[in-house]
Design a protein around this ligand. Structure first.
Ligand SMILES: [Zn+2]
Length: 527
């Protein structure tokens, strides 16, 4: 529909638009059923349909003629973006219960389903081949629970400890090796006086957890020629705390972590439950060992990692099909990563409210805005990717094998990552005119940003390779741009929490993106 000049339509249609927006969808039926003459019924229905059509999106048709192509629909979409709703979403996604949305983690899968459910509820179409979730796989490294064991021997007698039940190692210590020693030496709480003069060479060392850092423990034991260290409950880890650690670290080591191609043989540092330690002492005939006691039994640890293990990961994709029979095949992509870095081994949660709960929720708000806007001429695809924090893995997987409905192809990507902190009028963009990739998306953002309270966009060319737009550019060869409100003192810390977020800023960045999309509906994109 191209007949009207946009400004003319805007000035006349806005009051009508809000009027029609308040009419329930069953009104035409009601009008038709009114006790009127048949000719009057048709007149009422005709009047309703005319009013409604006046208020649906209308676009300019000639070239790249202006920034705003459907002001009525745009206004309708813009007012849908609401800071309180963005806050509600972000308090959920960045809650402690979501444990930092690590890649991979059960909480990340919950986040993906939350986003997919919202898309479905809003009436968005699935944007992946089998629904809203685009699935990909990555290699992981984890321990083989059946192959791992600790075997203690004395003559013909044997005592066997099971991984993740009797003992465990740090979840990152994924290795394959076998270490055997013929003696163990007890080193108490590893205090200076306790270890003074002890001979660790070719022995296993038993140490009570006592607040001596495990890094230091390992360093001293290694330097003294010890084969490895068995840490048993002590003043720092009670029997109950040790049992928890053995179970949780053991489980995580079995589940595995993404294989980043760095495998160094781990130094044997084992955590033993109180129960297992007691069995070991009984087996060796030592009732209450003191520092310097030698247990004359052999101990062999076998550690084995699983080969070819893979983990399934997910990106979330929603499609808002275009209305133009030709231009609908051109897909405008808006992306944001929904993963963060998880929790530390000590249990500190990295909530990732700004990084990138802000962009994730900005995209959810945009999905709502587009519903009110109605179809654009071109198709819009929203993609929430995982694995960004582990090296842009989700966007790499998607862009190396992108899926679109038959006939559609990508034409641009706008990526948002960390848009909820720092001064309220401070927003950065890349590629700026200083880079060869500078394009029409950036020019539009620069022109439209002042309308949303960002008088001048700053330069983040230094971040050109640091978020997912890099993969859309590199692998799909399309113009991209990246909106970002910079790092801050809570960047990649447990203190990146939802209470510190500027929700109105997220709203205004999402509004800017909606304005950019609206400005990308002319016949020629000219990016
Ligand atoms: Zn990050």
């Amino acid at each position: 529909m191209t007949a009207e000049s946009n400004l003319g339509l805007a000035s006349r249609a806005r009051p009508l638009d809000s009027w029609v927006a308040g009419i329930p969808p069953w009104t035409p039926v009601l009008l038709f059923c009114l006790p009127l003459q048949p000719s009057m019924r048709f007149l009422s229905l005709f009047t309703f349909c005319t009013l409604a059509s006046l208020c649906s999106p209308s676009f300019s048709s000639g070239g790249d003629s202006g920034l705003v192509s459907s002001p009525v629909a745009l206004e309708r979409g813009l007012i849908q973006l609401d800071a309180d709703r963005i806050r509600a979403d972000l308090y959920f996604l960045a809650s402690d219960e979501m444990r930092g949305r690590d890649t991979p983690s059960p909480e990340q899968r919950i986040a993906a389903r939350f986003i997919a459910a919202r898309l479905e509820r809003l009436g968005w179409q699935p944007g992946a081949e089998d629904g809203y979730l685009h699935e990909y796989e990555l290699p992981i490294q984890g321990l083989d629970g059946l192959a791992c064991q600790v075997l203690v021997e004395s003559g013909d007698e044997r005592l066997r400890f099971e991984f993740a039940r009797d003992y465990a190692c740090h979840p990152s210590s994924i290795s394959t090796y076998q270490v055997r020693g013929e003696e163990l030496i007890y080193a108490g709480g590893f205090g200076k006086d306790e270890i003074e003069g002890l001979d660790f060479k070719n022995r296993w060392v038993i140490a009570e957890s006592s607040g001596v850092g495990f890094g230091r423990l390992r360093r001293i034991a290694r330097k003294g020629g010890a084969l490895g260290v068995l840490v048993v409950p002590g003043s720092e880890l009670s029997p109950a705390a040790m049992a928890d650690r053995v179970e949780s670290w053991g489980t995580r080591a079995l589940e595995g972590k993404l294989n980043r191609g760095r495998s160094r043989r781990a130094y044997p540092l084992l955590y033993l439950t109180a129960d297992a330690a007691r069995k070991l002492y009984d087996f060796a005939g030592v009732s209450d060992p003191v520092a310097g006691d030698v247990l004359a039994v052999s101990l062999q640890e076998t550690r084995a990692s699983k080969d070819d293990a893979r983990v399934g990961l997910e990106n979330v994709c929603g499609l808002w099909p275009g209305s133009d029979p030709v231009l609908r095949n051109e897909v405008l992509i808006i992306s944001a990563h929904y993963d963060h870095v998880g929790a530390s081994d000590e249990g500190e949660i990295y909530n990732g409210a700004d990084d990138n709960g802000s962009g994730t929720c900005g995209l959810l708000a945009l999905a709502e805005g587009l519903v009110e806007y109605g179809p654009m001429r071109r198709t819009v695809m929203l993609i929430w990717v995982s694995g960004e924090e582990k090296g842009l893995l989700g966007s790499a997987a998607w862009t190396s094998d992108p899926w679109f409905p038959e006939g559609m192809q990508p034409v641009a990507d706008i990526n948002i990552d960390m848009i909820g902190r720092n001064a309220s009028d401070y927003l950065l963009i890349t590629p700026t005119a200083e880079r060869a990739e500078y394009n029409g998306l950036v020019r539009r953002a620069e022109a439209l940003a002042p309308l949303e309270g960002f008088p001048k966009l700053g330069n983040c060319d230094a971040y050109w390779s640091r978020s997912d737009h890099a993969n859309f550019s590199r692998n799909l060869h399309i113009p991209v741009t990246f909106l970002f409100s910079d790092v801050h003192e809570d960047y990649h810390k447990p203190s990146d929490t939802p209470d510190k977020i500027d929700y109105d800023k997220i709203r205004r960045v999402a509004r800017l993106v909606l304005r950019m999309l609206d400005s990308l509906q002319a016949d020629e994109l000219n990016l």
